[in-house]
Design a protein around this ligand. Structure first.
Ligand code: PLP
Length: 483
């Protein structure tokens, strides 16, 4: 397929704008580029075909199941898009006087209120732009709390179980705190003895992903928060995957002081491909004075940054249209629907797990929450194929593969999350694809190393792609200086 720059023909498709009929203003040369940018020149017809061709090569939730564990790639109702496109929401300017945007402020206030209710928290900021950004914000609240109590330099350690999401230790480190990793039990849960041994007067807090990256809800969660609180630390809940528990149990009731949610996973904003997200952060009342300012949903017009606030974490009110989608989703579902959606996520994951369990070895037996992890370690040792071959084979089945090689505590891991929006028939078809690929790999492990056969590229050099990504087209005349 040609790049759009390679389709460019000088002078083509550039005359859509009428001649200028107002006086031309000369800009200060300081603000002008020396050379015109190398933009593609292309007719409208060719432009449409270019994007249609690209679209056919992409795979999304509208194409079929997308069981990417930890990512909750569920179907996003189209009514959310219709609401986000309303001119009153889409065209609002962040510097508009607040009284002219009362409807938008009401969206923020209502969303914060619902999310407080769902999480069992007292206050909520909607400004962070992603899950990891929410974690950063939440841990800044916790750090500020210790600072206010004169313990900033003492309480420097954050306990992170090894079944946590990778962003948790990264967040603690970004906050200048020391990460203490504690191992999981053979059942994949927090080792209470190891936790009790790790806490002390230097504990700033705990970051817990629950359900954890093995798809397990820790049944000792109240014991966990008690141990940390007794040592004077605070408890942070990574609620990016609230999908299986919303409307059923609440982090606030489990003893957590602070939580972030991924509105772009659980609350149904399309994501993947790097679109905008929202990592709402909720906290108990005693942390609320530290929430980001100047904008807060509680008092959008408050002019001053309160002295105790951690300050701004993002401009204005965050990714507002993501919040509009989340509110639409919540209003469509209602309280009973929120709970039912969580139950569906758990049911579907367990159905898929049961259909695969005779063939694929599970990292943990028994029931899971919204996702489960398989291990291909035995196949790697004994049969000559790995998690990679299964994932590549699924591409030839026209299915998006599950998350690969994550969590790190499971060798040859494949982590599948079917989500609640797949029908039983769709889950059965997905399971059949998984089983067909397994049998084909078993029959011809050598051939499996050359999968996929049906995609534009098959096995890119992933290390090279991660270390030296080429994300920008460099026109020939620009040379290589910016490659
Ligand atoms: C996705 C995820 C995150 C990070 O969210 P981003 O929006 O990608 O920054 C954090 N924790 C868990 C458990 C997640 O699944």
């Amino acid at each position: 397929m040609k790049l759009i720059f390679e389709r460019s023909v000088s002078g083509r498709g550039t005359r859509y704008l009428p001649d200028c009929d107002v006086p031309v203003t000369e800009l200060d040369s300081r603000f002008l580029r020396e050379k015109a940018p190398a933009l593609p020149e292309i007719s409208e017809n060719d432009l449409c075909r270019h994007y249609t061709e690209l679209e056919k090569r992409a795979y999304g939730v509208n194409d079929g199941p997308y069981p990417l564990g930890s990512c909750t790639m569920k179907y996003n109702p189209k009514v959310n898009e219709a609401m986000a496109a309303l001119p009153g929401f889409a065209d609002v300017h962040p510097l508009q006087p607040a009284h002219t945007a009362a409807g938008c402020l009401e969206v923020l206030t209502q969303t914060a209120k619902y999310l407080c209710e769902i999480t069992g928290m007292d206050a909520m900021t909607l400004t962070p732009a992603a899950g990891a950004h929410g974690e950063l914000t939440g841990m800044m609240l916790i750090r500020r709390y210790h600072e206010q109590r004169g313990e900033k330099d003492v309480r420097r350690k954050v306990i992170v179980p090894d079944s946590s999401h990778g962003t948790n230790p990264a967040t603690a480190a970004m906050n200048g705190l020391e990460v203490v990793s504690i191992p999981s039990t053979p059942e994949g849960l927090v080792d209470l003895a190891a936790l009790a041994a790790a806490v002390g007067p230097d504990t700033a807090g705990l970051m817990l992903t629950n359900p954890n990256t093995l798809g397990l809800f820790d049944p000792h969660v109240e014991e966990i928060t008690r141990i940390v609180h007794e040592a004077g630390g605070l408890c942070y809940y990574d609620g990016a995957n609230l999908n299986p528990i919303m409307g059923v149990v609440r982090p606030g009731d489990m003893g957590f002081d602070c939580v972030h949610l991924n509105l772009h996973k659980t609350f149904s904003t399309p994501h993947g491909g790097g679109g905008p997200g929202a990592g709402a952060v909720g906290c108990k009342a005693f942390l609320a004075p530290y929430l980001p300012a100047p904008f807060s949903a509680a008092d959008p017009e408050a002019p001053e940054i309160p002295a105790e606030s951690i300050g701004a974490v993002k401009a204005f009110a965050g990714n507002f249209l993501v919040i509009v989608r989340a509110l639409t989703y919540l209003k469509t579902l209602g309280a009973a629907g929120v709970r039912e959606s969580a139950q569906g996520a758990v049911l579907n994951a367990n159905y898929l797990k049961a259909l695969l369990a005779d063939t694929y070895e599970m990292a943990q037996p028994g029931y899971c929450m919204h996702e489960f992890v398989m291990t291909l370690e035995r196949e790697k040792q004994e049969k000559g194929f790995t998690a990679m071959e299964i994932a590549k084979g699924l591409l030839d089945e026209g299915v998006h593969p599950p998350t690969m090689y994550f969590p790190l505590i499971v060798h040859e891991a494949l982590m599948a999350e079917p989500t609640e929006t797949e029908s039983p028939e769709s889950i059965e078809a997905l399971a059949e694809a998984f089983l067909r690929v397994y049998r084909a790999a078993e029959a011809d492990p050598e051939g499996a190393h050359h999968w996929p056969k049906s995609t534009v590229i098959g096995r890119p050099d992933e290390v090279e792609a991660a270390r030296h990504p080429v994300v920008r087209y460099v026109p020939a005349q620009e040379g290589t200086q910016e490659a």
